[in-house]
Design a protein around this ligand. Structure first.
Ligand code: AMP
Length: 223
């Protein structure tokens, strides 16, 4: 059975930090549509330009483009034993598209994922987002408020430059929350009804969350 893990949660809920760690420990590819789209934007392609016009406003990028990117990624050989999806699907429409894509890749009736929903109060999140910095080189994520860095501009893991994402301003973050609650949150009900959902209390600290997460994976629990 493939190990297929999906992570849903509002912006800043800590999915990126946890999924990167999980990916390294479980040797599964970490597939993060936000990063794949930022790569497309950085390439300067027409699709990147189109994606950016949605991303800079905190809106979802059109499903046709996201489905194409995800399908190409899931067809790669490193996904044959499973994968970790971080930030995809983000709407009911995308969840249905994912079902279809996986049926095409794996054949019918093999689709069953574990979905982790990172639940955390919105008040905590805005603060996390505006204080978030990402290493340009290795992708490590830091929070300037909760982590005491020697230098707020230098990655402590690889020495790369730390930058703030363009969409981590308060204004765009608020729009991203709105998009999340309108379009992504309905997935919680969808996956709960399929009995695939496991809720994680994402207000805990990084190590506690990771323990809860790996505990749930090992025990094969759904709630
Ligand atoms: P993230 O890095 O997950 O916070 O995503 C950054 C931005 O990329 C989002 O605000 C969206 O504009 C876009 N994005 C990421 N994932 C998706 C997705 N699954 N569907 C549509 N747009 C996405």
């Amino acid at each position: 059975m493939k190990k297929e893990y999906i992570f849903i949660g509002p912006p800043g809920s800590g999915k990126g930090t946890q999924t990167k760690k999980l990916s390294a420990e479980y040797n599964l590819p970490h597939i993060d549509t936000g990063s794949l789209l930022r790569e497309e934007v950085a390439s300067g392609s027409d699709e990147g330009k189109l994606a950016n016009s949605f991303m800079e406003k905190g809106n979802l990028v059109p499903i046709e483009l996201v489905s194409k990117i995800i399908k190409n990624r899931l067809l790669k050989n490193d996904c044959k034993d499973g994968f970790i999806l971080d930030g995809y699907p983000r709407s009911i429409e995308q969840a249905q598209a994912l079902d279809k894509i996986l049926e095409e890749i794996d054949g019918k009736n093999t689709v069953s994922h574990k979905v982790f929903y990172f639940n955390v109060a919105q008040e905590k999140l805005i603060e996390r987002l505006v204080n978030r910095r990402t290493c340009e080189k290795c992708g490590a994520i830091y929070n300037l408020k909760t982590m005491q860095l020697k230098n707020n501009e230098v990655c402590e893991k690889c020495g790369g430059k730390l930058t703030r994402r363009d969409d981590d301003t308060e204004e765009v973050a608020l729009k991203r929350f709105k998009t999340y609650f309108n379009q992504t949150a309905p997935l919680i009900e969808l996956y709960k009804n399929r009995n695939w959902l496991f809720e994680i209390d994402a207000s805990k600290n990084i190590d506690e969350i990771y323990n809860d997460l790996t505990g749930a994976i090992k025990e094969n629990v759904h709630s």
